[in-house]
Design a protein around this ligand. Structure first.
Ligand code: 2AM
Length: 208
């Protein structure tokens, strides 16, 4: 029910939001620059299908915990928990692209990640954030991956993904070699018509 029985005006909602701003937050393991460049080079051909919207090289990451919309005033405390949960820098291996969902029209393509270290780091960060009340652990198991492309909608205003005629093939040899990831970042995702922009709010250097 609305207070006074009237729905708030657009101006009132905007005023309330500016008093209590919220950000769409997530914690991610950053990939080393040469690996991001390698993915970008591969993707120029592999993700050339017009139905695909490749992720910009600077936005490639492994999400560890997606917090959803949180009040901006919590950012400092969230960053402190992320810092406390910094573990050893994990080694990661990228696997050949997979689509999600596996059947029907694909919505995204991702490179699954093999990394017991990243799984350990994710478990610690998720537990710390959940204990502090900033995160609700997901029921599905953690799927470490790097999203490399999202599928555009079929038409304007449609929620149905377009058909991908030429899905990405395998990764070239050498790209699956294990790499060490030395940085974990708390990001704010800003949704824009052209795709999301990820703004780093706090960064943690991982030891080792
Ligand atoms: P994705 O790459 O698998 O799409 C910023 O949006 C990051 O948070 C993305 O990496 C995205 O994962 C992840 N993300 C977005 N919404 C999410 C949700 N509802 N649950 C889990 N992760 C999400």
């Amino acid at each position: 029910m609305f207070r006074d029985g009237y729905p708030p005006s657009v101006a009132a909602v905007a005023k309330e939001q500016s008093k209590n701003p919220r950000g769409r937050l997530f914690v991610a393991l950053d990939l080393p620059g040469d690996l991001r460049e390698g993915i970008a080079a591969w993707s120029r051909e592999a993700l050339a299908d017009p139905a695909l919207r490749p992720v910009a090289p600077e936005s490639l990451h492994i999400t560890l915990a997606f917090l959803g919309y949180r009040p901006e005033k919590e950012v400092e405390a969230i960053a402190a928990v992320v810092g406390e949960r910094a573990g050893p820098a994990p080694w990661v291996e990228l696997l050949d692209p997979e689509r999600r969902p596996p059947r029907g029209r694909a919505r995204l393509y991702a490179l699954p990640v093999l990394s017991p270290g990243a799984e350990g780091l994710q478990a610690g960060v998720a537990q710390g954030l959940a204990e502090a009340g900033f995160y609700e652990p997901e029921e599905r198991p953690f799927w470490p991956h790097v999203t490399v492309a999202r599928v555009r909608p079929e038409g304007r205003g449609s929620r149905r993904p377009a058909v991908v005629e030429k899905p990405p093939g395998k990764l070239p040899e050498g790209m699956s070699e294990a790499r060490i990831c030395r940085r974990m970042t708390l990001y704010r995702s800003e949704l824009q018509p052209t795709g999301a922009r990820y703004v780093p709010l706090a960064q943690v250097k991982l030891p080792g």
